[in-house]
Design a protein around this ligand. Structure first.
Ligand SMILES: CC(C)[C@H](C(=O)O)[C@@H](O)C(=O)O
Ligand code: SF4
Length: 791
């Protein structure tokens, strides 16, 4: 177990410190990853990279895969295999490719015929795969969800997925410590979703940039694990790398009997709990940013705009952009209201709704469904509601809800009761909004086009979405339901069978308890696609000759070219590349989809006003954006791939979202944060004038077309070293094999419960793994053979 440090540490410091494999003088850290979740959207290119390089998955026992984003949520009664079940070609290809990859690389996989399939952030906790004090990653921004257990959990891009698959490590830096303390008591009808929406409204979508947020205070302590997950889930919407809650009795109680947690009552369980109890911030620990929220200031909250920070209490009105602080904010506000079809001053409760979506990794767990069912019970959805969907987060949640009779309550009220998946949260599957349709949604992002092109999303809690379905407008749930306290706290307890009409509750406390621990390995392996199985579409092949996979990273030294100006703040990765283009299994060819919604009018006609459609910006190599928080939202590496493919190799902006920033470097691109307004304005002016700009990375200078220096910039030494030399950091990390193996031996001694104690036993625990024997990379993605032993 990690030794106690003398200086007071935060929860984040403790977990981070315990996972350091190696640290360079410049603060670059090789961090060990305990748990890796994999889904079909962000993994195909990573597996392809492994294959091309002849690398293996280092820790199949610590890797868990499922399909969630692309899967239809219609009945699976007729399911034979995924290849025949998914109609849409690209969605099918991604899912089939994942099945091929899990088979090829020996990874535990929950497919559509497995009750444990579901949204990746629902199934990890449900299985006890997520444990306190662990590092958890996934190629998905909402990995922050798992921080509710006191784990350090964060989203990564596809290149990092490949890095973790190959090395079980990541190259990273320390984050800042941020604390959000919520004290007091939640008022009746106020959910944990309201807490997090309120917090994001307060700090803004860039408020947590570069930081890990620890949520604490009496309100957080009073919440169930599921309610804490909803809060940590949306830390990413507050710009943070991760969100964490210190593990406590509530956490331990949740983990009892989970298939992949240490066996309850065993000596290992006792050891684990003793360690988990040490994972709380020391009394004098210092935070870089402190935020206090009084619970009495939180009432049911909804969003009005197209960014999660655009929140308003349900009792409020649509804000007037003319009252906003700056011209840029006024302009952004006007655009949002136009997009959302809203008029300033309209009471929020007068806004009519077309569709209702209860689901997503934020709010699709059993307590969410129980809470929404309490509101809906015995009522009917309003006649203007075109569709109301309830999409459980996993097959096990669905089963549990059905045992409690919740499905009947929803169906009787007019809701559709669906199968597990991401569904209308981002509409990569058939569940989408039509243009201009307005949705009351329990998901986490209200970006333009998120739930369907031109769709209008209002974020809210499950009980508020249920109320909107009943009233037909955004509604204050407190007016139609009686609450004794926070809905989440009430719903944490399984109802008696009499509580819900039609319930046949068997008294089982939690969905996953239905799987006998002894059978877990058998069950997991039973769902692995078999070699002879017709469900693997053999027409899907890995193109090992793919130029993208084999081309390597070009060296970045001097970049000179046209710079395109942009002014908008919070340009999210959904805007950089919308969801319909994520269904590729390649890294290339995405340039045509770049800024798709802004760049093209209806029917693919170019928007003549969009900067990249104008001369000379069609050939831009650089983007200069004066708005902050560029690349926020999803972890999709498709965003830098699209920029790169278009020809843009560097983005200059006041600040960047963390995952986009990382992803850019992994593709040989240079994101340059320039905080100094005057400096940024000088570069922006050159861009507006349509002149060339020169970026000199070795000297860290930005110059005008005549070679005059406009400003200097900062870049981390290690990142610069990799860019200038075109280095493949996977190869560099693999040269650290001895240190990684030594670290793993230590972990096996100190935290043995993390060694794949569940479905797949670790092969050769404590020793060196197959990675040493892997053939020398065929790829030239970096000069791994000639570089010194340094990373
Ligand atoms: C597809 C994936 C990269 C993405 C994410 O990272 O968040 C998705 O889950 C989303 O919610 O936009
Ligand atoms: S945010 Fe939505 S799309 Fe992304 S993982 Fe969660 S449910 Fe899936």
């Amino acid at each position: 177990m990690p030794a106690a440090e003398s200086t007071p540490q935060t929860l984040y410091d403790k977990v981070f410190q315990a996972h350091i494999v190696d640290e360079r003088l410049d603060g670059t850290i090789l961090l060990y990853i305990d748990r890796h979740l994999v889904h079909e959207v962000t993994s195909p290119q990573a597996f392809e990279g492994l294959e091309v390089a002849g690398r293996k998955v280092r820790r199949p026992d610590c890797t868990l895969a499922t399909t969630d984003h692309n899967v239809p949520t219609t009945s699976r009664k007729a399911l034979k295999d995924i290849a025949s079940f998914i109609q849409e070609d690209d969605s099918r290809t991604q899912c089939v490719t994942l099945e091929e990859n899990v088979k090829k690389f020996g990874i535990t996989y929950f497919g559509l015929s497995d009750k444990r399939q579901g949204i990746v952030h629902v199934i990890g906790p449900e299985q006890g795969f997520t444990l306190p004090g662990t590092t958890v990653v996934c190629g998905d921004s909402h990995t922050s969800t798992h921080g509710a257990f006191g784990s350090l959990a964060f989203g990564i891009g596809t290149s990092e997925v490949e890095h973790v698959l190959a090395t079980q490590c990541l190259i990273t830096k320390r984050s800042k410590n941020m604390r959000i303390q919520v004290d007091g008591e939640l008022a009746p009808g106020v959910s944990s979703k309201d807490v997090v929406l309120h917090a994001i409204g307060k700090i803004g979508t860039a408020g947590g940039n570069g930081a890990v947020i620890e949520f604490c205070g009496s309100v957080i302590r009073s919440l169930s694990i599921e309610a804490r997950m909803s809060i940590c889930n949306m830390s990413i919407e507050g710009g943070a790398r991760a969100g964490m809650v210190a593990p406590d009795e509530v956490t331990f109680e949740y983990l009892k009997g989970k298939p992949l947690a240490p066996k309850y009552g065993s000596e290992e369980w006792e050891r684990a709990v003793a360690y988990w109890k040490s994972l709380r911030s020391d009394p004098d620990a210092k935070y870089d940013i402190d935020v206090f929220i009084d619970a009495k200031d939180i009432i049911p909250t909804v969003t009005w705009g197209t960014s999660p920070e655009d929140v308003v209490p349900i009792t409020g009105v649509v804000p007037d952009p003319e009252t906003f602080a700056t011209d840029a904010k006024k302009a952004a506000g006007r655009r949002m209201l136009e997009y959302m079809g809203l008029v300033p001053g309209t009471p929020m409760q007068e806004v009519e709704v077309d569709k209702v979506f209860i689901g997503s990794c934020t709010n699709s767990r059993i307590e969410d469904l129980r809470a929404a069912a309490l509101v809906v019970k015995g009522k009917k959805i309003a006649s203007n509601i075109k569709r109301a969907l309830v999409v459980p987060g996993s097959g096990l949640v669905k089963d549990q809800a059905e045992e409690e009779g919740l499905d009947k309550i929803f169906v009787d009220a007019g809701f559709e009761w669906r199968e597990a998946g991401c569904s209308m949260c981002l509409g990569m599957n058939p569940d989408i909004l039509s243009p201009k349709e307005r949705c009351a949604s329990t998901s986490n992002r209200n970006f333009e086009g998120r739930q369907g092109a031109q769709g209008r999303t209002h974020l809210m809690s499950p009980v508020m979405a249920a109320a909107a379905a009943i009233v037909g407008k955004l509604a204050d749930v407190r007016k139609i339901s009686q609450f004794n306290g926070s809905p989440h706290i009430e719903a944490a307890v399984a109802p008696e069978s009499t509580t819900f009409s039609g319930s046949s509750s068997s008294g089982k406390a939690h969905p996953d308890e239905r799987i006998e621990t002894d059978d877990t390995e058998k069950e997991a392996l039973a769902d692995q696609p078999q070699d002879s199985s017709p469900q693997v579409n053999t027409t899907v092949t890995h193109n090992s000759g793919s130029p993208a996979a084999a081309a390597g990273l070009p060296k970045f030294t001097i970049l000179k070219g046209i710079a395109a100006p942009m002014e908008k703040a919070n340009i999210d990765t959904d805007a950089i590349i919308p969801k319909q283009f994520l269904k590729t299994i390649k890294r290339t060819g995405l340039g045509t989809a770049l800024f798709y919604e802004m760049r093209f009018l209806e029917q693919g006609v170019e928007n003549p006003d969009f900067v990249l459609n104008r001369k000379p910006y069609r050939g831009a190599k650089i983007l200069v954006c004066t708005g902050a928080n560029f690349g926020c939202g999803s972890s999709r590496e498709h965003a830098p791939w699209a920029l790169n493919d278009f020809g843009i190799k560097s983005v200059i902006a006041p600040s960047f979202a963390d995952i986009f920033f990382n992803n850019s470097f992994k593709n040989g691109m240079l994101p340059i944060p320039i905080k100094n307004k005057e400096d940024l304005e000088k570069v922006h002016a050159e861009a507006v004038a349509g002149k060339e700009v020169e970026i000199d990375l070795p000297n860290q200078l930005i110059k005008d077309a005549d070679g005059n220096t406009l400003c200097s910039f900062d870049v981390e030494e290690f990142r610069k070293h990799c860019l200038v030399n075109g280095l493949d950091d996977i190869g560099l990390t693999m040269q650290m094999e001895d240190k990684i193996a030594e670290f793993e031996s230590k972990m096996t001694r100190e935290t043995p419960w993390l060694d794949g104690s569940g479905y797949l036993k670790r092969k050769g625990a404590g020793g060196k793994l197959a990675v040493k024997a892997a053939p020398v990379p065929k790829t030239n993605r970096g000069d791994v053979k000639t570089e010194p032993l340094e990373w």
